[in-house]
Ligand binder design. Structure first.
Ligand SMILES: NC(=O)c1ccc[n+]([C@@H]2O[C@H](COP(=O)([O-])OP(=O)(O)OC[C@H]3O[C@@H](n4cnc5c(N)ncnc54)[C@H](OP(=O)(O)O)[C@@H]3O)[C@@H](O)[C@H]2O)c1
Length: 311
């Protein structure tokens, strides 16, 4: 496993991180889920990403259970912002909600501190300085070591960095965003900003939610993609998606690798990417994906993939 710096910080994280969005989604699977986390650590993964809203808190609970006694071996990331109850204040980035949620996450994770606490997405109803001050307090209290954001547009991150700098507060060291051959929308504004300000990109859904890891080509588009980028009625794979999948397959054959390694190596070609956050439904997928670490595509491969994935 190769390790990279978490943004500009002095912390080293595995370039393949374990995403836990679906951990515990099937009640009978708790032991399997714990085994998956343990196997990830055996394979050199030291970076684990979850969120308070994943599986209604179950994901954090299972991560907490899995890390009992080995908590110090990992860089543990979680998130706040999504709805956690039916009350009017049970969501968002107010000081009120953040302070309650950090305690709930610490309890579920069975830990005294969170290594990377991320705001899951923008909250237009809360003044940004309220959020940043609350997060800075958590850092000063030692409950949180670093803060990050997720799904922030360039202007939102830029404004946040400016406010933190102006007030001497902890700043967002990472932005967790969707990035893959299927979705390159961050390349215009956000990516150059992160490079310029040394904010680490944590690329989620790097294999397009699994679409770019399956062989043969899936019959329908990846779920997230269908939900957020397409006409929901459209159930078939587009020409562009097919073209990208075929290019990935061609390069996998050329390099004698499973197809999942090509989209992962493509995302990890950029030094500003601190980690690719992968999902894995079982240990076999996890083991296969982890072996992509250290694999480098040739310049002409990257050029080819860039051409094939342009809109
Ligand atoms: N911040 C955010 O808003 C946000 C949003 C989404 C995700 N995330 C984070 O990113 C993580 C990963 O997201 P993702 O699950 O969309 O990422 P992904 O790595 O692109 O896709 C993972 C899925 O691909 C399939 N897969 C993985 N390896 C495979 C292999 N070797 N061969 C065949 N299929 C394979 C599995 O689905 P099957 O069950 O179909 O096999 C797996 O669940 C999440 O767990 C979460 O931590 C964050």
């Amino acid at each position: 496993m190769e390790y990279r710096r978490l943004g500009r910080t002095g912390v080293w994280v595995s370039e393949i991180a374990l995403g836990c969005a679906h951990l515990g989604s099937k009640p009978a699977d708790e032991n399997q889920a714990v085994k998956l986390v343990h196997r990830a650590i055996d394979l050199g993964i030291n970076f684990i990403d979850t969120a308070n809203i994943y599986v209604g808190g179950r994901s954090e609970e299972i991560v907490g259970k899995a890390l009992k006694g080995i908590r110090h071996q990992v860089v543990l990331a979680t998130k706040v912002r999504g709805r956690m109850g039916t009350g009017r204040n049970d969501e968002g980035l107010s000081r009120y909600h953040i302070v309650r949620q950090v305690e709930a996450s610490l309890r579920r994770l069975q830990t005294d501190y969170i290594d990377l606490y991320q705001v899951h997405w923008w909250d237009a109803n809360t003044p940004l300085d309220e959020t940043l001050r609350a997060l800075d307090d958590l850092v000063r209290q030692g409950k949180v070591l670093y803060i990050g954001c997720s799904n922030f547009a360039a202007w939102q991150l830029c404004k946040s960095l400016w406010l933190s700098d102006k007030n001497g507060w902890a700043r967002f060291e990472t932005n967790q965003v969707r990035y893959s051959l299927l979705d390159r929308s961050i390349e215009g504004e956000l990516l150059p900003l992160c490079e310029s300000e040394s904010v680490g990109i944590l690329a989620y859904s790097p294999m397009g939610g699994g679409f770019l890891a399956k062989d043969p080509i899936p019959e329908s588009p990846p779920v997230f993609w269908a939900r957020s980028h397409r006409d929901r009625r459209s159930e078939s794979v587009t020409e562009r998606e097919k073209r990208i999948w075929l290019s990935v397959k061609e390069l996998a054959q050329k390099h004698g690798r499973p197809i999942s390694h090509i989209p992962l190596a493509w995302v990890l070609r950029l030094p500003v990417v601190s980690a690719a956050i992968i999902g894995a439904s079982n240990v076999e997928q996890l083991e296969e994906n982890t072996k992509a670490s250290g694999f480098k595509l040739h310049d002409e491969d990257i050029e080819f993939l860039n051409q094939q994935s342009s809109d």
